[in-house]
Write a protein that binds this ligand. Structure first.
Ligand code: NAD
Length: 309
């Protein structure tokens, strides 16, 4: 029987990406089925019923979806963050869960830099703004996106410092012309622009709190292209109320977006819909990588990007 790869996307890939995914599947001897813009979890459950592999974007793969997929062996999140996959449910069923790291990093990094300039220039409205050149840029988490933001920041004349709890060797940063902060506190205290790149995990959720935000220098801007869950929204609102110079721009609208917009006006901005990875290039890169990873898994047992070990 031909194995089936289901591509389930509430927010579809581009046609170029789905054509590429289908071609990779076909060459590998797989059938490729698309479920796009589905309206209910029941539609997704019906579609996964005979799928051996699943590719998703930000779609939620819950225990309920896994239960409805008796043949499923592998789920690939075409993207970096995989907090939409229920890893416990995957592991319990022996299903390999993967992401496609690095494929959309440039798109997200370009957005982060553009957000800094947007806020420095009064959200492109009249008035005297600032230049980001010469300012201090803090990078919180030095992964695929953080490293590119650091490089672009340096190219724009910013002084760059970074912190990542899993990198203790200053040489990793020094080779990019970046200073290593010895703690999260040191990073926030010394960043005019703080670009967030931490994943949403049990430890990071709500971790960007009042104490960190209030410690930032005068006129500082927090730029979030990571996840809304990492922000302690009450702490953010309190810090912004006390410090009328702080600014927050995010690619992931907070639960309290309306309230923040009303209270803080142009010191706050949220993109209407998450758009960090929404470039034609990232769309194709991540989709094709997901398809290649599935073929390599079934043909050669390659699990390099498995996230539920
Ligand atoms: P990555 O996996 O390459 O890097 C993540 C970094 O976070 C790693 O260097 C890791 O050491 C560090 N880290 C892990 N746990 C941490 C912790 N507890 N505290 C601080 N740092 C920690 O990921 P990436 O590709 O750089 O993406 C970063 C995040 O950006 C993703 O997790 C995702 O949530 C988000 N993202 C958003 C968009 C978007 O559309 N806005 C697109 C891609 C990624």
């Amino acid at each position: 029987m031909v194995m089936k790869i289901l591509v389930a996307t509430e927010k579809p890939f581009s046609k170029q990406a789905t054509d590429g995914i289908a071609a990779i599947a076909r060459e590998g001897g797989f059938e490729c089925v698309l479920l796009e813009k589905y309206a209910s979890v029941d539609e997704l459950k019906a579609a996964v019923a005979d799928a051996d592999a699943l590719i998703v974007r930000s779609d939620k793969v819950t225990a309920e979806v896994i239960d409805a997929a008796p043949r499923l062996k592998i789920v690939v999140r075409a993207g970096a963050g995989y907090d939409n996959l229920d890893l416990t449910a995957c592991t319990a069923r022996g299903i390999v869960a993967m992401n496609t790291p690095g494929q959309n990093s440039n798109a997200v990094a370009e957005l982060a830099i553009s957000m800094m300039i947007f806020m420095a220039r009064n959200q492109f409205t009249p008035g005297t703004g600032h230049e980001i050149s010469g300012k201090r840029l803090g990078i919180h988490a030095y992964g695929n996106v953080g490293r590119i933001v650091a490089r672009y920041g340096r190219a724009l004349g910013m002084e760059v410092m970074a912190y990542d709890p899993f990198i203790s060797d200053a040489a990793v940063f020094a080779q990019d012309g970046v200073r290593m902060a010895s703690s999260v506190a040191e990073l926030y205290e010394n960043s005019d622009y703080l670009s967030l790149h931490i994943p949403a995990t049990a430890e990071t959720k709500g971790s960007i709190n009042y104490d960190l935000l209030i410690s930032m220098p005068k006129g500082a801007t927090l730029v979030n292209t990571a996840r809304k869950e990492v922000i302690d929204e009450a702490g953010l609102a309190k810090a912004m109320a006390e410090r009328t110079d702080l600014q927050y721009i995010t690619d992931i609208a907070p639960d309290t977006a309306a309230e923040l917009a009303e209270k803080f006006g142009k010191r706050f901005f949220a993109t209407p819909k998450k758009m960090g990875a929404e470039t034609a290039e990232a769309n194709v890169n991540a989709g094709l990588a997901a398809a290649r990873q599935i073929v390599a898994f079934f043909k050669e047992g390659i699990t390099r990007f498995q996230v539920n070990r």
